[in-house]
Design a protein around this ligand. Structure first.
Ligand code: TYD
Length: 222
């Protein structure tokens, strides 16, 4: 089974990934967790290029770098793990590209769709948990996590985080559109709720998706 987590920076994805990993492991499943971009030697190098704040990258270049990183990850890590019947949890996948490069940077959605299909080799998540939070709240949360005072220096932010509040508003709207379009796959959660409550909802949704059966092998592996 392939599970992805989505949301703007600071929405609390990594906390939920850890909680879900623990719960699935305790229920006897073999779990692999990964975060994008990254996950292979080459993808980690691409991640550095993408996030290094001094790098100037054009929107199309950015799209292709995220996609190159994903293609490596899918071929080298995700597909083999699904074939070995592991539950794979990915912190960001192709929906991030649609939300950030499509809605955020304004790239053509049809082109984006084609590139997403190439980079994922057609692999689709079985469930996508979208943690929804306003960009304002996310920013405050992110800074308090990093102990950055609100009167921060721009240099404390990575290249993506420097994109500004309007960019994050567009990204959030993108996610909301996606959630509306794919009602079964997308599970929208209010990220301002306490983490434990969010986790319980995720667990219930996952169990409901499996009809009370043990979490199945990936339907996405084809
Ligand atoms: P990261 O530090 O992993 O952020 P987070 O903890 O919020 O996931 O940095 C990844 C950044 O890259 C984040 O700002 C989202 C962005 N991103 C895209 O713009 N497009 C993509 O396809 C992916 C996977 C990430």
């Amino acid at each position: 089974m392939l599970i992805t987590f989505e949301g703007i920076d600071g929405a609390g994805k990594s906390t939920q990934v850890k909680k879900l990993r623990k719960a699935l492991t305790e229920s006897g499943r073999e779990v692999l967790t990964i975060r994008e971009p990254g996950g292979t030697d080459v993808a980690e190098k691409i991640r550095e290029i993408l996030l290094e704040s001094k790098n100037e990258i054009t929107p199309v270049g950015e799209l292709l770098l995220f996609s190159a990183s994903r293609a490596e990850l899918v071929q080298q890590v995700i597909r083999p793990a699904l074939a070995a019947k592991k539950v794979v949890i990915v912190d960001r996948f192709h929906d991030s590209t649609t939300a950030y490069q499509g809605y955020g940077r304004g790239l053509d959605r049809e082109m984006l769709q084609r590139i997403n299909d190439i980079a994922t080799f057609g692999l689709k998540p079985d469930r996508t948990f979208f943690l929804d939070l306003s960009p304002e709240d996310a920013l405050i949360r992110k800074f308090s996590e990093k102990s950055i005072p609100l009167a921060f220096e721009e240099s404390e932010l990575d290249r993506m985080e420097r994109s500004g509040l309007d960019f994050y508003r567009r990204v959030r709207n993108g996610y909301l559109e996606l959630a509306k379009r794919e009602k079964t796959r997308f599970v929208m959660l209010d990220a301002s709720e306490p983490p434990e409550r969010i986790h319980r909802k995720i667990w219930q949704k996952l169990m409901a998706a499996c009809n009370g059966e043990p979490v199945p092998e990936s339907r996405a592996h084809r």
